[in-house]
Design a protein around this ligand. Structure first.
Ligand code: UDP
Ligand code: MG
Length: 315
């Protein structure tokens, strides 16, 4: 029998948990001949009855496990805790609010268990129900991050997914503390099967994302997966120096003309541009070193092995 953990991050989800639990139990029932299930609820510092409800599930059913945080640490932390302590062959993540349809789980399990995929992940088909402004901003965000970072993120990818043990191990082995899962999921690689999935309406309760949280998320994503902004001063510095050279040449030509005239402003402007160019270049060079220190300090693994036939290497 293979084992499956479903991680459910919960932050003030008291209103939906009972419904979710029912749906998951119903969905897993026919699969229980083949798989043993664990439902790992991660209570992310909820201030409502979330934890009590989870505890009551745990009393009723052996498959319910839970981890409860001392305060709200955010969904990223909740997912990480779940992945770190899940000890099963397959590990899935699903939102508590029933926007992710548990009905997809049997197909996802089939993909990783029988079709040779390492990850089965949901990706949304349309952005209906989202404001134009939000779609535009998030579209721009992914264009920027994909252009300047080393990875290409599928901007429709959702956290709703089932992964093989080795994928989860790779994700957990990334030691950074400012975590941007969409980037991390992409960074580790592996064979992935996408499942088109439309978010359902939230069954109850309300979204935990505010504009501020989204902005922080976007900044974390960009800064976590590229250090190219640190290179900007170098580019500006070089441009500025080039402009200074052009002005210098202009001044020189004017001096050499028969109606010799010395354009003082060109000289001054050239000097200012040149000096600021040099300063910007120096900042850029500092930035290059800082970028390396930053990259090294994340201590990410240099590679992730998917398969091998050497015995003492753990996949
Ligand atoms: N969540 C969490 N900690 C947080 C915010 C959200 O564990 O600080 C959980 C939340 O309980 C839900 C999932 O993350 O299960 C997705 O959150 P939400 O539905 O608010 O986000 P949305 O679907 O609106 O993007
Ligand atoms: Mg939601």
């Amino acid at each position: 029998m293979k084992s499956v953990t479903l991680i459910i991050p919960c932050f003030n989800e008291a209103d939906v948990l009972t419904l979710l639990f029912k749906e998951i139990v119903k969905m897993t029932a026919p699969l229980r001949e083949k798989y043993t299930f664990k439902l790992l609820f991660v209570n992310d510092g909820s201030s409502d009855a979330t934890l009590d409800i989870i505890k009551s599930f745990a009393q009723r059913s052996e498959m319910v496990k839970y981890i409860s945080f001392s305060r709200n640490f955010g969904k990223e932390a909740a997912m990480l805790a779940g992945m770190r302590y899940a000890d099963t062959d397959y590990v899935g993540i699903i939102d508590a609010d029933l926007q992710h349809s548990p009905d997809l789980i049997p197909e996802m399990l089939h993909a990783v268990d029988e079709e040779g995929y390492d990850v089965a992940a949901a990706c949304r088909t349309d952005r209906e129900g989202e404001s134009r402004l939000k779609s535009f901003l998030s579209g721009t965000f992914y264009k920027v991050i994909n252009r300047i970072s080393e990875i290409t993120i599928n901007d429709n990818a959702q956290d709703f997914r089932i992964m093989k043990r080795k994928v989860v191990d790779a994700i957990v082995s990334m030691p950074e503390s400012i975590r941007f899962s969409k980037g991390i999921f992409t960074w580790v690689g592996f064979r992935i099967k996408w499942f088109p999935h439309e978010n359902r309406e939230r069954a109850a309760g309300e979204t935990k994302w505010s504009v501020k949280k989204l902005a922080k998320y976007a900044i974390d994503g960009i800064l976590g997966f590229t250090s190219s902004p640190l290179r900007l001063p170098l580019y500006f510095g070089i441009l500025s120096c080039l402009a200074a050279v052009v002005l210098g040449i202009y001044g020189f030509v004017r001096v050499c003309m028969p109606t010799a005239e010395f354009p003082m402003y060109a000289l001054l402007l050239g000097a200012i541009l040149f000096m600021s160019g040099i300063i910007l270049c120096c900042l850029g060079i500092l930035g290059e070193y800082l970028a390396r220190v930053y990259t090294e300090s994340k201590r990410r693994p240099s590679f992730v092995i998917s398969e091998t036939n050497i015995k003492n290497i753990k996949e």
